[in-house]
Each structure stands twice: as C-alpha cells, then as structure tokens.
Design a binder for this molecule. Structure first.
Ligand SMILES: NC(=O)c1ccc[n+]([C@@H]2O[C@H](COP(=O)([O-])OP(=O)(O)OC[C@H]3O[C@@H](n4cnc5c(N)ncnc54)[C@H](O)[C@@H]3O)[C@@H](O)[C@H]2O)c1
Ligand SMILES: [Zn+2]
Length: 424
C-alpha cells in the first residue's frame, strides 16, 4: 500500500513524499487518515529536528511521519486484533503512549505512523496500551481535536492540593476556587476555558484569562462569553495584560488579594511563569502546560512561599487514554465544543509551510484534510475566495450557518466536493 506523507528529516526539513508502507504484521493495523490538526508541538518538533525529545537521532536517515492529532478509518486488521477492531470503523489515537517508559509517540518517533499522511501502519504498542480508540462521532475533525482536548483534560486532573498536616495530594483543581489561565486564548487556552466552564465535574468559582493579543481575546469572548460562564456558575474575566505596568497587582485585585488556587501557563515565557508564581494563593498550584523549545528554560520561583505557603508546580505533556475517553464523551454529549479551536482548513501539501510558520499565522487550529490538496485557508476568507470558487462559496455559507465555526456539515461537504485530491 502506497502512502503520501509529510516526513521530518531534520530541522525544518519537512517533505511531502510518496512511499510504500510495509505489509502489516499480525499485531498491526492499516488505517486511512482523514484529518490531522496541526499543533504547536509539531512546530517545535520541526524546529528542533533530531534534538527533540521524542524524535529519534537518526531521523535524517529514517524520517518520521509528522502529526499526532488524527482521525480516520481502519482499512486492514492484523490477526491479533480482529476480535477487537473492524475494517471500516472510525478511530482516534492517544499518542502519548509512554510505552515501557519511552517518550516515543506517533507523529514524532515512527516511520510509518503520523497524522499528516493518507495511510499509516498502527504499531502494536498503540493497541497493547489501549491507545487506539473507537470513535463514533459524525465529524472526523472532532476526532482529531480529541487529542489536544485530552491534553487539557489531563492537565486539569494533574493539578493538586494539600491539607496542612496531611501528606495526601488531592488531585484536581479547587472546586469554586480562583483559577487563572495565563496566555490563555491560543487554541489550547480556548479548550481550557471551555473545559473549565462546561465540564460537569468540577469548576472554578472565578476564572481570569489573560493574553496580549486583542484579536484572539475578542474571539475568545465571543465564543465563551462572560454571560454563559455566569450561567454555569463561573465568574469569567478576560484581561489584556499588554498595556499594564503592573499586571500582577490587577490580577491580585480580581481575587481581593487572596491569589489563585490554580494557574495554568499556556506560553513558554519566563515572565509568565514568574507571574504565575507571584499570584499563587496559599497551597496554589502552578501548572506549566506550555512546551518550552529550549532545554535550558528556567524561571525563578519564590521558595519562601514553597516552604510557608505550600505553593507547588506541576507540568504535563499529553493526556492519557482516560483523558481522551473523557474528551470524546464530553464532545459526544455536546458539553464542550472544540470546533471553536479551528480557524483554518487545508490539504496535505499545505502542511510543511503551515507547521514551520505556525507562530506567524494568526488564529487557532489548522485542520488538514490529508486526501485533499488545497492551500491553507482561513474560515474567515472563504466568502471572499468563494467569489471565484463555488466550493468555497458553499463552505462560507455553512460556516456562517454554524456561527462562524467549522462543523460536521461543512466537513462532509468539503470531503464530497473538493476537486483537487492527493494522488493515491
Ligand atoms: N502540555 C501539553 O500536553 C500540550 C499540548 C499541546 C500544546 N501544548 C503547548 O501549549 C502551549 C499553548 O498552545 P497553543 O497552541 O494555544 O499556543 P499559541 O502559541 O497559539 O498560544 C499561546 C498564547 O500565548 C499568548 N502569549 C504569548 N506571550 C504572552 C505573554 N507574554 N503574555 C500573555 N500572553 C502571551 C499568545 O498571544 C497566544 O495567544 C504551547 O506552548 C504548546 O506547545 C502543550
Ligand atoms: Zn498536539
């Protein structure tokens, strides 16, 4: 079986190539990918090449397939898994395998599996660890987004709190507490806001979201309004810190000087980590969610407060399979809607440039349709492009119909009507 895939050979060396996949072994599965969303972590993998933690050292000779947020259909099942997986069924993947203590993950470490491809071979580790998840949802793109959402879900579960005199860590955020999401209106921040406000399990009482990007802040406010949060029992405050000489003072005022029980840092910026530390309440938990691109990334922390105020730090990379199941469940119930994360669509050949330039492209998630071939396109540009392209014109109407969001209906139309396809 031939595949077309985006392969990483080294620092920012991404190539769209066609090659033969090996015949699957008894413990492997052949799958067709339909969607893969681009992640800031792909950008980091490309930027770092072989020095990335998850990328093998010999990637120049044995290139890996990029992309870890994907969804598609099963094509052929090796003998070992035939009782469990059926040809034609849809799947989603939890890529943070943690197989025997290694960091190896689809999209970073393997030659024959990664989401930016038409076909992939799913290795035995994925099934052995129960990381191949059946997906019954209507839209492939939501199956792709289950992965980034699971990282957010996981990180909420990783936060913890303590009680004086006890050595027990109570997992999760403080119910009804003060929470801050710093640098919180990138795609991952949006997902964190959605989860904080809408997950039925545990919510903060007050949620302060900061950023320095006006356009992103405005879109976040339109999508997750202060009124909607209030109806869900959360006082939501958006705060652009850009023009403040002392943003920490304002952040503290929002909590009447008490500080924050839970702080998520969503950009790898030293100043933000130090800000997070400065606004922690007693027993406050600082969560460094962002992935730093430098191995010597450091920031200072107040150790007086670690000692006397029990402040502490966690950091997570990826979610686990339960987090992924929880994400799929919340999406299927309509409690969260990660469609808000998507601002662009594109075809397979548009992936390398989008990955390399990701920090310079405005908006949120880029949803790539791996069997289609069209440039990266902002949802907000569809109407204009539609003047000369009838498919885009219809897509613009569908996006409009769904309040500016990408939807199962728009996806189905695109898959059916896009004329330029990747050669198979
Ligand atoms: N832990 C995980 O499992 C996991 C999973 C996916 C992504 N990530 C990481 O999470 C981070 C967020 O992802 P994203 O896709 O939303 O990234 P992003 O870069 O699109 O968003 C980050 C936001 O930070 C804002 N920002 C930058 N500097 C700031 C500052 N000094 N003050 C306030 N705001 C500032 C930007 O305006 C932007 O809105 C990235 O570092 C990504 O690599 C982690
Ligand atoms: Zn990701």
């Amino acid at each position: 079986m031939k595949t077309r895939a985006i392969r990483l050979y080294g620092v920012n060396d991404l190539r769209l190539e066609e090659f033969e996949l090996p015949q699957i072994a008894e413990d492997e599965i052949l799958a067709k990918v339909i969607t893969n969303s681009i992640c800031m972590s792909d950008h980091k993998a490309a930027e770092q090449g072989a020095s990335h933690k998850r990328v093998p050292n010999d990637v120049d000779k044995n290139p890996i397939m990029l992309g870890h947020e994907f969804c598609g259909e099963i094509v052929e099942v090796g003998k070992k898994w035939q009782d469990k997986f059926k040809v034609g069924s849809r799947f989603s993947i939890q890529p943070a395998l943690n197989y025997q203590g290694t960091l190896d993950a689809p999209g970073y470490s393997f030659q024959y599996i990664g989401g930016d491809a038409t076909y992939v071979v799913i290795p035995h580790q994925v099934m052995e660890l129960d990381c191949l998840l059946p997906y019954d949802g209507e839209a492939f793109f939501l199956g792709s987004l289950a992965e980034p959402v699971s990282c957010v879900v996981g990180t909420f579960h990783a936060m913890y709190h303590t009680t004086n005199g006890s050595y027990e860590h109570k997992m999760g955020i403080v119910e009804g507490g003060n929470m801050a999401i710093l640098a919180g209106v990138g795609p991952m921040g949006l997902s964190a806001i959605d989860y904080a406000v809408h997950n039925p399990d545990r919510k903060p009482g007050r949620l302060v979201v900061t950023d320095i990007d006006d356009a992103r802040l405005k879109r976040a406010q339109d999508l997750y309004s202060v009124e909607d949060a209030k109806q869900n029992g959360v006082e939501l405050i958006y705060f652009n810190t850009k023009n403040y000489s002392d943003p920490n003072a304002t952040l503290m005022e929002y909590t009447d000087g008490k500080g924050y029980d839970d702080v998520l840092v969503m950009a790898p910026v030293r100043m933000l980590v130090e800000q997070a530390d400065a606004i922690l309440a007693k027993d406050g938990c600082l969560n460094f969610f962002a992935g730093p691109n430098k191995t010597d990334f450091t920031a200072s922390m107040n150790f007086y407060n670690v000692h006397y105020a029990s402040t502490h730090i966690v950091g997570t990379s990826g979610g686990n399979t339960d987090d992924m199941r929880e994400s799929l469940h919340l999406m299927e119930k309509g409690l969260i809607n990660p469609a808000a994360m998507v601002t662009h669509i594109g075809g397979l050949s548009a992936v390398p440039e989008a990955v390399i330039n990701l920090p310079n492209i405005p908006g949120g998630k880029k949803m790539m349709y791996t069997h289609l071939d069209f440039p990266l396109t902002a949802l907000t540009d569809l109407a204009e492009l539609g003047k000369t392209n009838e498919v885009f014109a219809e897509l613009a109407k569908l996006v409009d119909k769904h309040n500016g969001l990408w939807s199962a209906e728009a996806e189905a139309y695109l898959l059916e009507n896009c004329k330029k396809r990747i050669k198979e």
